[in-house]
Design a protein around this ligand. Sequence first.
Ligand code: RB5
Length: 212
Amino acid sequence: MFGSCEYRCWVVGVAHFRYFCDSKMDYLPKAYISQQVMHRQRFIRLSRLRKRINRKERSGGNMLAIGSDHGGFELKELVKEYLNRQNIPYQDYGTCSTAAVDYSDIGLEVAKGVAAGEADTGIIICGTGIGISITANKVPGIRAALCTDSYMARMAREHNNANILALGGRVLGPELALDIVKTFIETPFSHSPRHQARIDKISKIEERYCIK
Ligand code: RB5
């Protein structure tokens, strides 16, 4: 690529440049250099933190609470397999078989877990998703969204900042159900002021009608 003369010039040029840089470093006060290093480290720390927050927002949070009645048990097990594959940590609030239990008991436990901050988001499943979502929405701070397709799951996060996804184990095929779960988990809230203002109004309603 180089003729021998050009190569020699290039080597000499690089050596001169290195010498220039080294001697420049000698002129720079040590305090200035360490300040630059500190700035650089702080920049790296901040961008790591920003990346972590973005990842957390995308996934809707770290810990997930999951629960179902007997009508949602099979789908719950399928969703857990998906969560395992994605390395998403979760806490299972039951039920653990197809023996009949009341959706209202499980819905309440998952909702209490999310409201108390034990989990960042939740997934609740009963036969239709109706009974268990009605139950969860009675707990202050819970916005449970019953979704029957992936578009609803995306809107539930983007517009409503829903913190619980409700599914019907007897009305959804496994492929669709898992796509709804994936969409819900991966979509962040839009943080749009107009959507936030509407959510704030829901909180006001809770405050007004909540019997302490
Ligand atoms: C249980 O049979 C069924 O009623 C329940 O899973 C749910 O669909 C209620 O909304």
